[in-house]
Design a protein around this ligand. Structure first.
Ligand code: AMP
Ligand code: ZN
Length: 109
């Protein structure tokens, strides 16, 4: 399967990894929307939140968000999961965005 995030998780292509847990990795977004823009993904290929049924992995993904922020001293941040094309999902390997480093508007639009 040709999935860019699988390749990053398997370290087949270089990325700026900032954190790794047993079943997740986190790396810098290649096209950052803010001064801090990190993606947390499962090592296993899962297309979107709709296909994620493993509650332990769900917890580990969200816990990894906290661990990344703790490690990088990020206290104020937004966590986003885009699910499906209309919601803005472009890469169909589930990822949690961590966005920080500037004031963020709400609602996002
Ligand atoms: P989404 O629109 O929620 O699917 O988000 C996909 C994100 O992946 C975008 O913010 C992209 O900038 C980012 N992205 C795509 N390819 C790469 C890559 N090779 N390395 C890091 N981030 C990437
Ligand atoms: Zn994948």
């Amino acid at each position: 399967m040709d999935c860019i995030f699988c390749k990053i998780a398997n370290k087949e292509i270089p990325s700026n990894l900032v954190y790794e847990s047993e079943n997740t990795v986190a790396f810098n977004d290649i096209n950052p929307a803010a001064p801090v823009h990190i993606l947390v993904i499962p090592k296993k290929h899962i297309e979107s939140l709709n296909e994620l049924n493993d509650k332990d992995l769900m917890a580990e993904l969200l816990f990894s968000v906290k661990e990344v922020c703790k490690k990088l001293n990020i206290t104020d941040y937004r966590t986003v999961i885009n699910t499906g094309k209309e919601a803005g999902q472009e890469v169909f390997h589930i990822h949690l965005h961590i966005i920080s480093g500037r004031p963020l508007k709400w609602p996002p639009g």
